[in-house]
Design a protein around this ligand. Structure first.
Ligand code: HEM
Length: 420
């Protein structure tokens, strides 16, 4: 330990993490990533990655990187400076690199300011009755399936549906498009893996074409029939910013609408499915929460801490620096491991215990300039759904373990079978 209480990087072997990455991506690692995070943490605070960057495992150091002005997101300019720029040329990666999550100041600052507080009190108040009503309808459907088949898939029936209905309602997208939106979102995400395979990139490229066609069409239709919705507001704003350049305004509107939609779907669905899995696998937990509904928000924060829907995020060093004693050269990437950080015992004692009353800290929504814009919406969906679910399904329990997509970065529960 250093004077600051930080464990230094301990290994210089860049290959040592390869088996850990394989495990993290495997069905076993996805079903239980905790031992993999432990093994990462045991290697040190700053662990070399095979491709030249570093994984960062400790809570405080991850927090410092996310909030630090000297750490930037890998943007187009960074990609062009890499020895293998072709690695970033596929259409799905390029599409994502234009979004907010891959922009740096001053462009990022300007675009984010233009959005303002997306989910302020008035917006949430307006959305609340709709989300509550839709959660109730999805739970009716769950009840009907349990009644007919004795078992239901919580993910397909509820967890995947509530986020798409919520964001769809907010953007005034007709419900008939929701299955297609869900489908291309699941396929597009491969390109955001750490080392996507060629076949994954091909799947993402096709999904990107569909995504582009859908959202450019949506923006074009809304232009002809603007309303009181948020997309119509954005159209008015960006048209005023680019009065002589309709194509530039359209590109901006596409990037924004597409990214906010897809950013809100799998992440929130994983949170909702995780909540049900963590609470119902031990009926005493769900019973306790039913008797103490004032702790519903604490249960949501603990689920976010315990199993973050996004496993890792990347930044690069804007200048030469030193991280926990490890020299990191300008342009080197670091991968912040949210799960390992949230399970750092120096921040959250007994981190592997799911403790609703913990009041712990987590980095699940990131931090600093890129801090998630949808935190309040995700929390509202979770609160409204969980409150109703606890009231209506006192004996709900899983019939087996959830299944997961084989991915490393964006976690996805593909199925969670439940009975009552
Ligand atoms: C449980 C649900 C969610 C989780 C775990 C989550 C997590 C994250 C994370 C880790 C980041 C990156 C932060 C960073 O780089 O420091 C992020 C960014 C973002 N999220 Fe979320 N998110 C969730 C829900 C949502 C929702 C519901 C929306 C919108 C409706 C949303 C919109 C965004 C946007 C637009 C960004 C980019 C912000 C920027 O780069 O400036 N997210 N989210």
């Amino acid at each position: 330990m250093t004077a600051a209480g930080v464990i230094r990087g301990t290994t210089s072997d860049r290959r040592v993490v390869i088996p850990l990455l394989r495990r993290l991506r495997s069905a076993e690692g996805q079903a239980n990533p905790l031992p993999v995070w432990e093994d990462f943490r045991a290697l040190g605070e700053v662990v070399p990655a095979p491709w030249g960057g570093y994984f960062v495992t400790g809570f405080e150091l991850c927090n410092q990187i996310l909030r630090g002005r000297n750490w930037l997101v890998p943007d187009f300019a960074w990609q062009e400076r890499q020895p293998d720029p072709a690695r970033w040329q596929d259409p799905a990666t390029r599409e994502m690199t234009r979004t907010l999550s891959r922009l740096n100041p001053p462009v990022h600052t300007f675009r984010r300011r233009a959005l303002g507080n997306l989910f302020g009190r008035d917006t949430l108040d307006a959305l609340r009755p709709h989300i509550a009503a839709h959660a109730a309808r999805l739970l009716d459907r769950l009840e009907a399936e349990l009644h007919t088949h004795g078992e239901a898939d919580f993910v397909a029936t509820v967890a995947d549906q509530l986020p798409v209905h919520t964001v769809g309602h907010w953007l005034a997208i007709p419900a008939e498009h929701y299955p297609h939106i869900l489908d291309f979102t699941h396929r597009q995400v491969h390109a955001q893996e750490l080392i996507p395979t060629k076949s994954e990139l091909a799947i993402s490229a096709q999904a990107t074409l569909e995504m582009r066609a859908f959202f450019t069409g949506l923006v074009a239709r809304r232009r002809t029939r603007p309303g009181n919705d948020v997309l119509s507001e954005w159209i008015r704003y960006w048209d005023a910013q680019y009065p002589d350049d309709r194509a530039a305004a359209d590109q901006m509107l596409y990037d924004l609408t597409m990214f906010i939609t897809i950013a809100s779907l799998e992440t929130t669905a994983t949170l909702l499915a995780n909540l049900v899995w963590f609470l119902t696998q031990e009926p005493a937990r769900a019973d306790w929460l039913r008797r103490h509904p004032e702790h519903v928000d604490d249960a949501i924060e603990e689920a976010l801490r315990y199993d973050p829907p996004i496993h890792l995020n990347s930044r690069f060093a804007a200048e030469d620096t030193v991280l926990a004693g490890v020299p990191v050269a300008k342009d080197t990437t670091v991968h912040v491991l949210y799960g390992a950080a949230n399970h750092d015992p120096r921040r959250n004692p007994q981190p592997h215990v799911f403790d609703i009353r913990r009041k712990g800290g987590h980095l699940t929504f990131g931090g600093g300039a890129h801090y998630c814009l949808g935190t309040m919406l995700a929390r509202l969906e979770a609160r409204l759904l969980l409150t109703r679910l606890l009231e209506r399904f006192p004996t709900l329990r899983p019939t087996g373990r959830p299944t997961y997509a084989n991915r490393m970065v964006f976690r996805r529960i593909t199925s969670l079978k439940v009975t009552s």
